[in-house]
Design a protein around this ligand. Structure first.
Ligand SMILES: *[C@@H]1O[C@H](CO)[C@@H](O)[C@H](O)[C@H]1NC(C)=O
Ligand SMILES: *[C@@H]1O[C@H](CO)[C@@H](O)[C@H](O)[C@H]1NC(C)=O
Ligand SMILES: *[C@@H]1O[C@H](CO)[C@@H](O)[C@H](O)[C@H]1NC(C)=O
Ligand SMILES: *[C@@H]1O[C@H](CO)[C@@H](O)[C@H](O)[C@H]1NC(C)=O
Ligand SMILES: *[C@@H]1O[C@H](CO)[C@@H](O)[C@H](O)[C@H]1NC(C)=O
Ligand SMILES: *[C@@H]1O[C@H](CO)[C@@H](O)[C@H](O)[C@H]1NC(C)=O
Length: 422
């Protein structure tokens, strides 16, 4: 018996320490919270951690509901048990195993369950007492959630607010999570979430909010996903562009051969699709053509014609416009390319030349000024003259290069046929 006694003393100490600190006992462990599903069995598992099996064991389970007094459910010793008649059939236990089985969990079985255990170890007279409490929650599984959207119909960007509501028919303590195109949606500048995330409010809606929304309902015992709900937001027009199959486009300028019929198309990112109007700006009596396509006969144009394309979304009531220039030039397409490239390289060359000359000029100026300050060579006047000459020289270079640059732009002036106003 001697080895058993010496083994028990540290165990006893251990249980005293844990009782003081409130940490789980080394002798018995029970989870402090257990979540169960209504209608199903629920086990409150009790584990013993004995090195030496106790000589005597006696325990009692108590139950206290949210609004009821504490009742004794069952009391047991190693091999016998006395069941509270009222709960016979509701709970079961198989001593000396102290685990309590709730046969069919329902909401009335929610509450605190307390287990008092007494052990008497061999060779020790005084019994050891253990008290454990476990909080039991009974949950109803969540049903497949459903999303309700308001307004149900048209949503216009920067104008309308959208509210998405997620709900479950059954399910206790449901919390929600929103996904947009598979990505979790958090609260933000325009988005607010209700406490349980059940309501997602977007104020105001924008193009960014377009996507498929899924709501995930979850509680302690499960989760379900809703069917995806697409959100359409009317937006635009954005990124307005004018394009043409004919001619050559550089920046805002289209170059075409005379006689070539030119078809322009207007495109913008817009829902619903935008309408387009084309406005000719060169002629004083500006003419307006509607439609996303616009055809001009280039031989009926002045050599250079400015147009404005205006896109309008009749739902968002927003519009955007872009300006472009049509130039009629009697050049082959290949040559036009060359000339345009040449034009740009000429202007680059000119810029480099001008800046080099400016630097050289200024260096010379500095040198001459220094010399003119020298007391052995003349006074200040000649220095001034030099400076003026230098300035004139510089101005001359500037003018020279300027005409070259405009020469580049004169490319566009290779004139088309008739100057008939449209
Ligand atoms: C529980 O009730 C059944 C009859 O329904 C009876 O046979 C059994 O002995 C009872 N158990 C206890 C522990 O009272
Ligand atoms: C005690 O009983 C429960 C079920 O009634 C079982 O799951 C558990 O394994 C048992 N524990 C021991 C130590 O036998
Ligand atoms: C959208 O919500 C804002 C406040 O967040 C409100 O001022 C505005 O009137 C609402 N717009 C509509 C169309 O209900
Ligand atoms: C609400 O959703 C956010 C993600 O947007 C998530 O981090 C948070 O845990 C959710 N809150 C609840 C109560 O489910
Ligand atoms: C353009 O039209 C305005 C009136 O609409 C007129 O006053 C002006 O003189 C015209 N200009 C040219 C260059 O024809
Ligand atoms: C708005 O524009 C669309 C497409 O351009 C067109 O189908 C629709 O009839 C227009 N609606 C109204 C009210 O003008």
């Amino acid at each position: 018996m001697e080895p058993a006694r010496s083994a028990f003393v540290p165990l006893l100490l251990c249980s005293v320490v844990s009782a003081v600190s409130g940490v789980r006992s080394a002798l018995v462990s029970i989870p402090s919270v257990v979540h169960g599903t209504c209608g199903e069995r629920l086990l409150l598992p009790v584990e013993y951690h004995f090195d030496v099996w106790p000589k005597d064991l006696q325990g009692t389970w108590y139950f206290q509901g949210d609004s009821s007094d504490m009742v004794m459910l069952v009391t047991f010793s190693s091999h016998t048990l006395i069941m509270n008649m009222v709960y016979n059939g509701s709970v079961s236990i198989h001593p000396p195993n102290a685990s309590l089985l709730i046969n069919r969990l329902d909401e009335t079985a929610e509450g605190w369950y307390r287990l008092d255990l007494n052990f008497r170890f061999p060779g020790v007279d005084s019994p050891v007492l253990e008290k454990k409490v476990v909080h039991v929650f009974a949950h109803v599984p969540v049903s497949v959630p459903v999303i309700e959207m308001s307004p149900g119909s048209e949503v216009v960007e920067d104008k309308d607010n959208v509210t998405l509501r997620c709900s479950v028919k059954t399910g206790s303590r449901a919390q929600y999570l929103w996904l947009k195109d598979g990505v979790v949606v958090g609260a933000g500048e325009r988005r607010t979430l209700s406490r349980d995330n059940g309501t997602l409010a977007i104020s105001p809606a924008t193009k960014e909010d377009i996507g498929e929304y899924v709501c995930v309902a979850r509680n302690f015992i499960g989760r379900e996903r809703s069917r995806p709900l697409p959100l359409r937001v009317f937006y635009g027009p954005y990124n307005l562009e004018v394009s043409s199959q004919q001619g050559l486009k550089t920046g805002e300028v289209f170059m075409v051969d005379p006689g070539e019929p030119v078809l322009f198309e207007c495109w913008a990112d817009s829902d619903p699709p935008n309408s387009c109007v084309w406005i000719s700006k060169s002629s004083n009596s500006s003419r307006v053509i509607t439609g996303s396509r616009f055809e001009v006969m280039s031989n009926r144009l002045a050599h250079k014609e400015d147009f404005v394309c205006r896109a309008f979304n009749n739902v968002t009531q927003k519009q955007d416009e872009t300006q472009f220039t049509l130039v009629v030039a009697s050049l082959g397409t290949g040559k036009k390319q060359e000339f345009l490239q040449a034009g740009s390289s000429v202007s680059h060359l000119a810029a480099i030349t001008v800046s080099s000359l400016v630097i050289i000029g200024c260096m010379l100026l500095v040198i001459f000024r220094k010399r003119s300050c020298c007391p052995h060579r003349g006074g200040r006047l000649p220095g001034r003259r030099l400076e003026r000459e230098c300035r004139d020289e510089f101005a001359g270079w500037k003018n020279g290069s300027g005409s070259r640059i405009s020469g580049g732009s004169r490319l566009f002036g290779v004139v088309g046929a008739e100057n008939i106003e449209i």
